[in-house]
Design a protein around this ligand. Structure first.
Ligand SMILES: Cc1cc2nc3c(=O)[nH]c(=O)nc-3n(C[C@H](O)[C@H](O)[C@H](O)COP(=O)(O)O)c2cc1C
Length: 181
């Protein structure tokens, strides 16, 4: 798959068929992630890999973290995602609170690592979506994802076999967002 095609056809998917993503594919995605550009070779990313066989632990943690009526009322939607997904990868950023510019750049580098994971997955036929939803990353879930004191959770990427053809969401035109000098 050419990179242009991967970029243009990758979509966020939340409905998956339940097929486990093999460990070899997950390792491949990490190998792509670590080639993201990063200023001064800080390599600020850390990953927590959750294969399908460990999803029972995720669901226990998600349920335990839902500690308000509002959060509990949304659990059924999260359950559908957990049941369908075939793996998840949490991307964590090592923070540099004393160096705001580095911290800013390192978040960007981690975001690119996330995109490498999503595009690499798509190339192998795995759909994905990146979530920062409190139901998956909030409260006690930061510990579940092994986020250290000096780290921030950039997001969790769920991966799985797609069920639906996801239509592209409209993008504003290049002309409306670009100036040429
Ligand atoms: C930093 C970040 C956080 C996101 N968090 C969520 C989320 O919590 N829930 C969700 O449904 N989608 C989330 N998304 C996915 C976006 O909603 C999605 O990329 C957007 O709708 C565009 O659709 P596409 O990915 O199919 O192009 C997130 C994306 C990014 C970059």
């Amino acid at each position: 798959m050419h990179v242009t095609h991967a970029i243009l056809t990758r979509r966020s998917h939340k409905v998956f068929r339940g097929t486990p993503v093999p460990d070899a594919d997950l390792r491949h995605l990490l190998e792509l992630a670590i080639w993201a550009p990063n200023h001064k070779f800080t390599e600020p990313w850390r990953f927590t890999v959750l294969p399908k066989r460990s999803f029972a632990e995720l669901w226990d943690a998600v349920r335990a973290a839902a500690d308000t009526d509002k959060a509990r009322s949304k659990l059924h939607k999260l359950k559908d995602i957990v049941d369908g997904a075939g793996a998840a990868i949490a991307v964590r950023q090592v923070r540099s609170p004393d160096h705001p510019e580095r911290d800013h750049e390192d978040y960007a580098a981690c975001a690119i690592a996330c995109q490498h994971i999503q595009l690499g997955a798509w190339e192998r036929g795995w759909a994905s979506y990146w979530t920062t939803s409190p139901g998956f990353v909030g409260g006690s879930l930061t510990q579940f994802w092994q986020t250290a004191e000096d780290e921030a959770l950039v997001g969790v990427i769920f991966l799985g076999e797609p069920v639906l053809d996801m239509p592209a969401v409209r993008r504003n035109s290049v002309d409306s967002v670009a100036v040429w000098l």
